[in-house]
Structure formats: structure tokens, C-alpha cells
Design a protein around this ligand. Structure first.
Ligand SMILES: [Zn+2]
Length: 151
């Protein structure tokens, strides 16, 4: 998800910062289960989010060309990378207007105020936590990407 501004891909000398995929056919495909070796992809996501911080609050791995179930949620100094995230509970729907680094403009969608998520962390330990509000909205947007859903 982004705030606003242009969608220019980031091209830096640092090759870990990957450019943003905007190919809707690619983004429309479902991502595969991540393995422990994919922690390297999580690192690339961290670097890429950092480079796009001004316009981006979260990303999915397919946005940097890797079709694995990995997302990152911008949470300030401690960006949260989730491997194989699953939204196991949700309640209180509302209508949201969202933008995406991979698309132009914004679109309306239904989100849930409260969610509970399970995932594997960077140390490949299983985690389970509840999120609400804006952070919950980012997670829902990025999990949609893993399922090939681009809002
Ligand atoms: Zn997006």
C-alpha cells in the first residue's frame, strides 16, 4: 500500500533494492508457500520498503518479482516480515479506499477492523497475534497480493 505520490521504480546502486513489479498478469498469480531459505527474500523486502518509505507502508514478495508467501508491514523502525501469513480470525467490516505501489489511483474494498494472524518469523518460529486498525488493514492488503488479488 502507498500513501500517495508517483510510482517510479527505485533503481539504486544497491542491488538488494529491487524494482517494483507492475505487471498485472504476474501479480494476478497466487504465491507459493515460503521456505526457511526464503528469509533472504525477507531481507530484500526490508531494503526495498526502506527505499520506498515515503510512499509505501507494506509490500508483498511478488511486488519484487518473487512469488512466495512473504509480506512486510511497515511499523517504523521495526518493520515486520511475515512468512506464510494466514488471517485466522476477523471481525467488524468497513469500506476502505486503498492505493498500491503496483497500481495507479485508489480503489474501494472491504476490510476488517480486527484480525488475528499466524505466521513464521525471521527465525522461523511460529507466531500468532491480533492486529487492529491501520496495521490490520495493511496486512489484509498484502495477504490479498499473495492470493493474486490486486485491489
Ligand atoms: Zn498493493
Amino acid at each position: 500500500m502507498w500513501y500517495d505520490g508517483d510510482n517510479t521504480s527505485v533503481g539504486e546502486e544497491n542491488c538488494l533494492i529491487r524494482s517494483i513489479v507492475r505487471d498485472v498478469l504476474f501479480l494476478g498469480q497466487k504465491s507459493e508457500t515460503a521456505d526457511r531459505v526464503d528469509v533472504a527474500v525477507g531481507r530484500d523486502l526490508r531494503d526495498t520498503l526502506r527505499a520506498n518509505r515515503d510512499k509505501c507502508v507494506g509490500m508483498a514478495a511478488n511486488m519484487i518479482g518473487v512469488r512466495k508467501r512473504i509480506i512486510i508491514v511497515g511499523m517504523g523502525p521495526m518493520d515486520l516480515v511475515m512468512y506464510n501469513p494466514e488471517i485466522v480470525r476477523f471481525d467488524t467490516p468497513y469500506e476502505a479506499e486503498e492505493g498500491c505501489l503496483s497500481l495507479d489511483g485508489t480503489r474501494g474494498t472491504t476490510r476488517y477492523q480486527n484480525i488475528e494472524v499466524t505466521w513464521m518469523d525471521d527465525g522461523w518460529k511460529p507466531r500468532r497475534q491480533r492486529f487492529s486498525g491501520y496495521i490490520a488493514q495493511i496486512i489484509q492488503h498484502e495477504v490479498d497480493h499473495l492470493n493474486g488479488v490486486v485491489i
